[in-house]
Design a protein around this ligand. Structure first.
Ligand code: 5GP
Length: 138
């Protein structure tokens, strides 16, 4: 399947839709997931258009992975999480719901089960505060 430039993350990248932005540079946008699986669930969205990892340009992947690590460290520091899960889904049967490549940084708290993937919407004020706190630690 080919890349659909009308997907929701493409619209966010173009500034046509809002997001709780953590960071932006030439290669990627980092934002809070609005249906978080845990407090601090953050998305790294490479700017280069691809559906997912399978059709991505290797150069775009290598440009963004150091940022994925920085975000994972910053999220862990901001949330005091006990661990960090890195997730990335490729095509609908594997759980992908937005067809523009992105990496999930999901804080895991000892004894707290993760919420459903793309489950309930988080409070905007809480997401804004988290975005600011994570950005300060990047
Ligand atoms: P996927 O299932 O494609 O790997 O992940 C898509 C993620 O995007 C889900 O975790 C979902 O909660 C999140 N999501 C869906 N719509 C929006 C949106 O409009 N804004 C943000 N920030 N996240 C979204």
């Amino acid at each position: 399947m080919s890349y659909d430039p009308t997907n929701i993350f493409a619209k966010i990248l173009k500034g046509e839709l809002p997001c709780h932005k953590v960071h932006e540079d030439d290669d990627a946008l980092v934002m809070m997931d609005i249906f978080p699986q845990s407090k601090g669930h953050t998305l790294i969205v490479p700017k280069a258009p691809s559906r997912n990892l399978l059709d991505a340009d290797p150069a775009a992947i290598s440009a963004v992975m150091p940022l994925v690590q920085r975000v994972a460290r910053a999220v862990k520091a901001a949330t005091n999480a006990d661990g960090i899960r890195l997730a990335q889904f490729n095509e609908a049967p594997a759980g992908q719901t937005v067809f523009h490549l992105h990496f999930h940084v999901i804080p895991v708290y000892e004894g707290v089960p993760l919420g459903a993937h793309a489950g309930g919407k988080a409070d905007d004020a809480e997401l804004a505060a988290l975005a600011q706190d994570i950005a300060a630690r990047l």
